[in-house]
Design a protein around this ligand. Structure first.
Ligand code: ADP
Ligand code: MG
Length: 393
């Protein structure tokens, strides 16, 4: 871990404890460090029952919690400099404040599942950029539920916390899979997680990156995923899978099919065909990537990341001009691998590179990107991280 990221990590903790004390005039009793995540490979296939390979990173939402001496509960976000007051009884209108909807909705789902919290006070701070594809929303929801579980002594599994967080996202219009929640809750500092979404099996892949580093480049373009684009692709992919299953009289997920079988199908909707080609080929790339990482072959791992980008661009159609430009420049600068990461339509490009390449790459990319898009791309160091729940009392 680099020194700068250690400092960031420490300061977000201290900031949160100070913020809590300033607002509530008492020290918190519970602190949760809830990580954001990157996804090395396996994009847009978790919800088809595929393999994905995310990792928790050292960018966190830190949540400090303490008992409330009033019957209402309060949550204060240092990021938005706003507080929400949750009355003990009755409903509240979150207005147009998106983050407040997350809090209200997840509390509603907890209640439905039989988890009613004692009144609490919360303050949170964050070093996860919002809407950049690092899953700040999963970190928020999983961290908040983790803090409440610790506070109330709920016996609630990590799998259940993940499901509650996922249901919250669904009810707010994002039909996401479970990858982000699993990565945030179960990621470890020295590993990538190979998650098999067919039966939800998780394997930790120990990683030694040697002279390689992971960097995120924020395109600074943000697109909300609630515009229907994400849900539409999923419907198209599911429809193509149904066509494959009925043509070959097979059951199961995309992993049961090869590209050859897809190509041998009678012609069908071209858009659906492309969605299927992404799902099948991406599944194979994840398996190859896991082997490459285990063997320390980061050049091949990088090639697979470039292949994923092409697939996301042409077949799944979730890239954008800005991300494509960064990936093209990465190839020219000798970066081992680069791809748009997360839901798509903006956010970050994930790069894997020999550390000696970074300075020259940055020198070329930043002015070229500024000239073309009028925006400065932000390089973000990422190291692996993990969730920590601490009792301070
Ligand atoms: P991401 O890729 O970061 O998960 P989303 O659009 O899914 O992007 O989620 C971002 C939303 O999560 C924000 O608009 C906000 O509602 C909530 N959120 C993220 N970080 C914070 C924070 N520090 N405080 C309050 N809410 C947050
Ligand atoms: Mg999100």
């Amino acid at each position: 871990m680099s020194n700068s990221s250690t400092l960031i990590e420490e300061s977000v903790h201290i900031d949160c404890e100070i913020l809590f004390s300033e607002i509530y005039h008492v020290a918190p009793t519970i602190k949760v460090q809830s990580p954001g995540r990157i996804n090395l490979i396996g994009e847009h296939i978790d919800y088809y029952g595929g393999y994905v390979m995310p990792a928790a990173i050292d960018r966190y939402i830190v949540i400090c919690l303490g008992p409330a001496d009033q019957s209402d509960s309060k949550v204060y976000s240092g990021t938005f400099d706003e507080q929400i007051i949750i009355p003990a009884n009755g409903t509240i209108d979150p207005g147009n404040h998106h983050w407040k909807k997350y809090i209200i909705k997840v509390l509603e789902i907890l209640l439905e599942s039989g988890y009613k919290s004692r009144p609490f006070n919360v303050a949170l701070t964050s070093t996860i950029p919002v809407g950049a594809g690092l899953s700040s929303s999963a970190a928020l929801l999983c961290g908040f539920v983790s803090a409440l579980a610790e506070y109330n002594g709920w016996l609630i599994s990590l799998e259940k916390i993940a499901l509650i967080a996922q249901t919250t996202e669904h009810r707010l219009g994002t039909p996401c899979g479970l990858m982000d929640q699993y990565a945030s809750l179960m990621g470890k500092k020295d590993s990538f997680l190979l998650i098999d979404f067919d039966g939800l099996k998780i394997k930790e892949i120990k990683v030694d990156l040697k002279e390689y580093v992971l960097r995120l480049i924020n395109t600074k373009v943000h697109h909300e995923l609630t515009d229907g684009g994400y849900a539409r692709r999923r419907r198209e992919g599911e429809s193509a899978l149904e066509s494959l299953k009925s043509f070959y009289s097979k059951s199961g997920s995309y992993r049961e099919f090869s590209i050859d079988e897809l190509n041998a199908m009678p012609p069908f909707d071209q858009t659906e065909f492309k969605r299927a080609r992404h799902a099948i080929s991406e599944h194979q790339r994840v398996i190859q990537f896991a082997e490459a990482v285990a063997q320390g072959d980061f050049l091949f791992a990088g090639e697979l990341m470039y292949a994923t980008h092409e697939s996301l661009k042409h077949d799944y159609a979730v890239s954008c001009e800005e991300a494509d430009f960064i990936v093209e420049e990465a190839v020219k600068s000798g970066v081992a691998g680069a791809r748009i990461m997360g839901g798509g339509f903006g956010g970050c490009v994930l790069c894997l590179m020999d550390y000696s390449v970074e300075a020259a790459f940055k020198e070329v990319l930043v002015p070229a990107y500024e000239k073309k898009f009028g925006l400065t791309p932000e390089f973000i160091d990422v190291n692996l991280g993990e969730r920590v729940v601490t009792s301070l009392a």
